[in-house]
Design a protein around this ligand. Structure first.
Ligand code: ZN
Length: 226
């Protein structure tokens, strides 16, 4: 807590004078481009590895970056439906990471999870094993937990497609779904490439390939702030 409090004081002194105008503008509403679904893990820092600013990302974080199928969990359902139907984001990213405690627990056997709540929540990641069975090359060379973590990203994207609003927006070309994986050891963000059947580092060339596949934004004025 001491570090947090000192951080606020430092923010007031050094950063606030420069960002007050930006936040005052954001107070009128938000129009983020993307929704990010990431793990609660303190080491996953999307504002650092994706160089984002306030207002860029609509974020939901939970243990294991899990999206239960539509209608199963009110919190996740509300967040996804708000992002898609109200904010009308262009992209949803599911971001997993290496050394994930949740995926470690899944690898060790979900039935051995220490608390009932965690055990029940982790059931929504069971589909990661089915993904690995379908894609045996996924995460080749990684630990079992890290392979499950990569499989889990794809499993949660499948769960997103159980949301009628997501399915319709994807079918209409208004929404793109992406799988990212943050590797702590390499401090590197990998993105899933369906053609390669694996996660590939997002260097300049890969970023350009991903951008080239994105739908061309409409020529209409900027999206309304919500
Ligand atoms: Zn995690």
């Amino acid at each position: 807590m001491r570090k947090l409090l000192d951080g606020i004081v430092k923010f007031r002194r050094e950063v606030r004078p420069k960002v007050r105008g930006r936040f005052a503008k954001l107070a009128l509403g938000q129009a983020p481009d993307a929704m990010l679904i990431a793990c609660s893990d303190s080491r996953v820092a999307p504002n650092v590895f994706a160089s984002t600013d306030p207002g860029d990302l609509f974020v939901t974080r939970n243990v294991g970056n899990i999206v239960p199928p539509h209608g199963v969990n009110d919190g996740e359902t509300a967040a996804v439906e708000f992002a898609v139907r109200v904010l009308e984001v262009d992209d949803i990213v599911v971001c997993g990471h290496s050394h994930c405690g949740a995926m470690g627990a899944l690898a060790a056997g979900r039935s051995r999870a220490k608390t009932p709540g965690f055990k029940g929540w982790l059931a929504h990641a069971d589909d990661a094993r089915a993904v690995l069975r379908r894609n045996p090359g996924l995460g080749r060379g990684l630990s079992e937990a890290d392979r499950l973590s990569q499989g889990n990203v794809l499993a949660q994207i499948d769960h997103l497609l159980t949301f009628p609003s997501v399915k319709a927006a994807v079918a209409a070309g208004r929404l793109s779904l992406h799988g990212w994986w943050f590797d702590l050891d390499r401090a590197e963000v990998d993105a899933f490439e369906a053609d390669a059947g694996r996660f590939v580092p997002v260097d300049e060339a890969h970023a350009e390939r991903i951008k080239a596949r994105l739908p061309v934004p409409p020529a209409s004025p900027a999206r309304r702030r919500r």
